[in-house]
Design a binder for this molecule. Structure first.
Ligand code: BES
Ligand code: MN
Ligand code: ZN
Length: 503
């Protein structure tokens, strides 16, 4: 979808999207169109049994007295206050309608004259952002179906007053960078595991170099030399070798970087503790944490964020085979701690154990945040509405929760603590990789990972329930969500950018 920003007047043909306010309030543009059409807009807004609510659309085909093909009146403004996210979601609703009606080119009118908390420029950008996020779909392996042609939004033209157009044009590239980061993560998550496996994922990371990200790929030999035996134990069942990729975006000199760590299990069969066949195909998404890390670095680098952020992803495939690890095996992790692998399906924490230890030791980060599709138990606890947040540090937790609220990538904090550490005590090793059956499963995974953070302020996002959606969401069609990218981009912008509130 091309987004164009212009100070040119609205065209006298085609499809116009005209924002209207609460209770059918008309913007300056809407008033002019209403006058030209003898009150058509006002009548249309009341025809539905009361004015449309935020995000609702009233569609007028061949509006009498106007030369346009269609007018889409898009209602904006919530009684309880309209946040930027609400505007993005209205943009998402617009995209859904355009796709359903197979409208490929639209001109969006300015909101000047409406009583909204955001300026016309910011409003237009939020609408465009939501529109682009909602319009994305993963179609590369699908031919067009003649019986159900898919819509495609080719172009969205934002019409603004002269000065606002300048402001919006200056701000759009950063917005587009964030969107690109989200879509990058979605692409990676959507790719099947025969296409996206550790090596091809590592190559995809390499593409970040075009934005100035330093990318270092650690291959199996290197991982062996380092002693990442927990990660290697997961990988040993697969013919596809593992990789750890270390990425760094240094958009500013800061004393310490922020570190992001991602679980990149390109496919999780469960290993010898094999998963049931039913639904196993979904486990191609088990690298969504790593994809979110890549997407975030993409966004930060593409918008040249004045921040220092390291991303580390552990890329493996969890397969059953004659070389696979066995339940009961004991491995020595990079940190030196020994782990009894009671269940080979609890593999993500083994990967994160070595990646987190490596990251804190090498970079001494100010804070470390890992993202992982770690536990089914987190879905049991929170459904698909929120990701689980675990944090060793209250301030870090608060900041992440707030970034989640602002971006709609919602989190809910779940507990850590000494009592739960008992759950992962092993009879024969320092730790075992599972807790107690049906007890605090998401926390068991989190406290396990925590053992490898060495006291660095750390947070863990269990995104098992939010990385994929089986229903259309306001900002995301069914499929991979790219969850985490917007949240982390926001978190970095607010707390880790030079000149930001974080210093
Ligand atoms: N990748 C899964 C977690 C998962 C399960 C995500 C279902 C989404 C849906 C993870 O590797 C896993 O298998 N976890 C086990 C842990 C258990 C063996 C302690 C789980 O959640 O069942
Ligand atoms: Mn697993
Ligand atoms: Zn997994």
């Amino acid at each position: 979808m091309r987004v164009e920003i212009t100070a040119a007047p609205l065209p006298e043909t085609g499809v116009l999207v005209v924002p209207v306010g609460r209770e059918g309030a008309l913007s300056s543009v809407a008033q002019a169109l209403d006058a030209r059409s003898g009150g058509l807009l006002r009548r249309a807004l009341l025809a539905g049994g009361g004015p449309p609510k935020h995000g609702q659309l009233v569609e007028l085909l061949l509006p009498a007295g106007l030369p346009h093909e269609r007018l889409l009146l898009l209602a904006l403004g919530k009684p309880e206050g309209t946040r930027r996210l609400d505007l993005e979601e209205a943009g998402g609703a617009l995209a859904a309608r355009l796709l359903a009606s197979r409208i490929g080119r639209v001109h969006l009118a300015s909101t000047a004259g409406l009583d909204l908390p955001e300026t016309p420029a910011a409003t237009a950008l939020a609408l465009a952002t939501g529109c682009r996020l909602r319009a994305w779909r993963f179609t590369k392996y699908q031919h067009e179906r003649p019986d159900e042609p898919q819509g495609r939004i080719e172009e969205l033209v934002l019409h603004l007053e002269e000065e606002a157009a300048g402001v919006a044009s200056a701000a759009w590239p950063a917005e587009a960078a964030r969107i690109a980061g989200v879509l990058e993560a979605r692409e990676l998550v959507s790719e099947p595991a025969n296409v996206l496996y550790p090596e091809s994922f590592a190559q995809a990371c390499k593409r970040l170099e075009r934005f100035g990200v330093a990318v270092e790929i650690l291959d199996r030999e290197r991982l062996e030399a380092l002693g990442m035996r927990a990660l290697l134990a997961v990988a040993q069942g697969s013919v596809r070798p593992p990789f750890v990729v270390v990425m760094r975006w240094r958009g500013a000199e800061r004393p310490k970087p922020l570190a992001l760590v991602g679980k990149g299990v390109c496919f999780d069969t469960g290993g010898i503790s094999i998963k049931p066949a039913q639904g196993m195909e979904e486990m191609k998404f088990d690298m969504a944490g790593a994809a979110a890390v890549v997407g975030t670095l993409h966004a930060l680098a593409a918008r040249k964020a004045p921040a220092d952020v390291v991303g580390v992803v552990g890329l493996v495939e969890n397969m059953p085979s004659g070389t696979a690890q066995r339940p009961g095996d004991v491995v020595r992790a990079l940190s030196g701690k020994t782990i009894e692998v009671v269940n080979t399906d609890a593999e993500g924490r083994l990967v994160l154990a070595d990646c987190c230890w490596y990251t804190q030791e090498r970079f001494r980060p100010e804070a470390m945040i890992d993202l992982a599709t770690l536990t089914g138990a987190c879905i049991v606890a929170l459904g698909h509405e929120r990701a689980g947040l675990f944090a060793s540090d209250d301030a870090l937790a608060e900041r992440l929760l707030a970034a989640g609220e602002a971006t709609g990538e919602l989190l809910w904090r779940l507990p850590l603590g000494k009592a739960y550490e008992q759950h992962i005590r092993s009879e024969i090793a320092d730790l075992k990789n599972v807790g107690r059956a049906r007890e605090a499963g998401a926390t068991a995974g989190a406290v396990f990972v925590q053992q490898f953070t060495n006291g660095v302020p750390w947070a863990h996002l269990d995104i098992a329930g939010t990385a994929w959606t089986s229903r259309d969401l306001p900002l995301c069609a069914k499929g991979a969500t790219g969850f985490g990218v917007r949240l982390l981009d926001r978190f970095v912008a607010v707390h880790h950018e030079a000149g930001g509130p974080g210093g």
